[in-house]
Design a protein around this ligand. Sequence first.
Ligand SMILES: *Cc1c(COP(=O)(O)O)cnc(C)c1O
Length: 381
Amino acid sequence: MARFDTQIIHAGEPHPRIAGAVVTPIFQSSTFEHSGDTGYHDVRYIRLNNTPNHVALHAKLAAIEGGEDALVTASGMAAISTAILALAKTGDHLLVQSNLYGGTHSFVTQDLAALGITHDFIDADRPETWEALIRPNTRLIYVEAATNPLLQVGDHVAVAKLARARGLVSMIDNTFASPVLFRPLEHGFDLSLHSATKYLNGHTDIVAGAVIGSRALIAKVKHKLDHFGGALDPHACFLLMRGMKTLSLRVLRQSENALALARFLESHAAVSRVAYPGLESHPAHVRARSLFTGGFGGMFSFELRGGVDAAVRFISTARIPVSAPSLGGVETLMTRPVTTSHAGLSPSERAAAGISDALIRVSVGIEDVRDLIEDFAQALA
Ligand SMILES: *Cc1c(COP(=O)(O)O)cnc(C)c1O
C-alpha cells in the first residue's frame, strides 16, 4: 500500500484514464445513458452522488483516511446533519462534546431537539465523567479533532474505546486537523467528518463536506443523503479533487508558519495569551503531540493586553491577513470569534467557553512566514 503523499495524488483516479486524460475531467451531466438491462440501483444521477467525479473523489478520500468508503456532500453541515440523522432517530440520545462548531451546536440543540433526539454535553478532557451520562437509548458520541477557537484536543482514544465497549457509534469532525495530522479511523472511530470547504479543498473557493468510514455506515449515510439531496455538484467535485492533491504541502507549511507566529506572539510584550497546541504552554500540547503527525495545524488564537480596542486596531492595521471568517485556505485569515463564529452564543456562554470579546482567531496561510511575522510586528507596534 502506497504512503499518504502518494495516495493523495493517485488514489481514485480512473483506470484506464478517460481518453488518456491525466486529470479526471468534469462530467457535468445530471444523468447518464442506460447501458443495457439496468435497474434503479444502476441509475447514475448527480443527486445520487455516483457520477464519475463522485466515484473518484470517494475512493481518494477513503484511501487517505483508511476508510472502506467515503461520501462527499454539498457542505460540511450537509455531511454532519445527514450523518447524524442517518444514525439517530426520534427517542435516541447523543453524547456531544461541549464547545462544538457553531453550526453543529445549533443543529444539535435546536433541530435534533425538535425531532425528539436529546443530548448531553461531555467534557472531552474528562472520560471518567462520560459513562454516567450513557442511557439505554444513547446511540452515538460526537467530538471534534480540535475545537474552535481555543484548539482543545480531547481524549479521542477514550472516545473510540468507550464507543466500542458500549456499542455507540463514534463520530469525529476532523476538519481542523485534516487527514495530514490525524486519521481518526486508525484510532478506532467509526466515522470521520469534514468541512471540505476548509483544509481538504484549501483554496477558499467552494463549500463541500465529506464522511469517511466503513462500507456499511457510509451506505446508511448515502441512503439519507439521496433523500435529503445535499449532493456535491461535479464541478465542485473537480475543484475539491484538484485542491486535495496539495493537502500535505499546504498543511505542513501552515503548521510550520503557525508555530513560528505563535512563538513570536507568545514572546511579545503586548500579547497576554496564545492558544496553539504546538506551544508547550497549551493544555493539550502533550496529547496533540501523541495523536497528531507532522505538526499541530494552521489555527491559533491570541489576546492582546489592550483588550477589545487593541484587537480591533490590530485587525485593521495588519496588512497581509484578510479579515474574514472561515479557515483552512492558502491565505491567512483573521477574525474575532465574538463577531463571527460565536456571535450566536450569549456573553455568559462565551465566558464559560473561555472566549473573550478580545480574542483574535488566525487561520494561517502558506505565505512566507517572515512577511507574516514582520506584518504582525508592525501591527502590534
Ligand atoms: C466550517 C466548519 C463546519 C461547517 O462546514 P460548512 O462547509 O461551512 O458547511 C463544520 N465543522 C467545522 C469544524 C468547521 O470549521
